[in-house]
Design a protein around this ligand. Sequence first.
Ligand code: 5GP
Ligand code: MG
Length: 174
Amino acid sequence: MRITNLKPLISEEAIQTRVKEMAGEISTLYKDEPLVVVCVLKGAFMFFSDLVRHLTCKPELDFVRLASYGSAAQRSKTITFTKDVEIPLEGKHVLIVEDIVDTGESIEHMIKELEARNPASVEVCTLFFKPGSYRKTLPIKYRAMEIGNEFIVGYGLDYDQLGRSLKDIYVVTE
Ligand code: 5GP
Ligand code: MG
């Protein structure tokens, strides 16, 4: 399968500029506090790797994977943890790094799961936020960019597993 209709939306340069700005804000805020930065696989892997290399605080890094049944635009509401964090979180600050917060179902599930481990705090840093479809009230502290209700791919984000390796962000137009 190939993705055929892609319209350029955000350039690699624009993403990198925002990533550096966010890394600066995060570094200033956490300073020398114990911090675990958690990457939500697979979509956030590129954003996470760029973000953490610009952090001047010295966090521990870990990874989680969520599975939601259904594919691409037809996502269902059933969410499970298929890979958990391996580092103990108790007493440490936790920063969840997500690719995109859409309805907020996935991130709400994750915040609740991680808060149960008694961390000092849990915050979210998302590359993309869709204000038009967010249905939750939990605050999303760090949002690199806001977009409309379009479906995007590239820079880690996929359409049925395709498009993750693209450097720029594209809208799938079908
Ligand atoms: P939510 O649970 O907030 O509705 O959906 C969040 C997840 O759905 C994201 O982490 C991402 O995996 C997927 N998702 C939502 N919108 C998009 C999109 O525009 N493009 C891609 N590739 N995935 C999306
Ligand atoms: Mg995701």
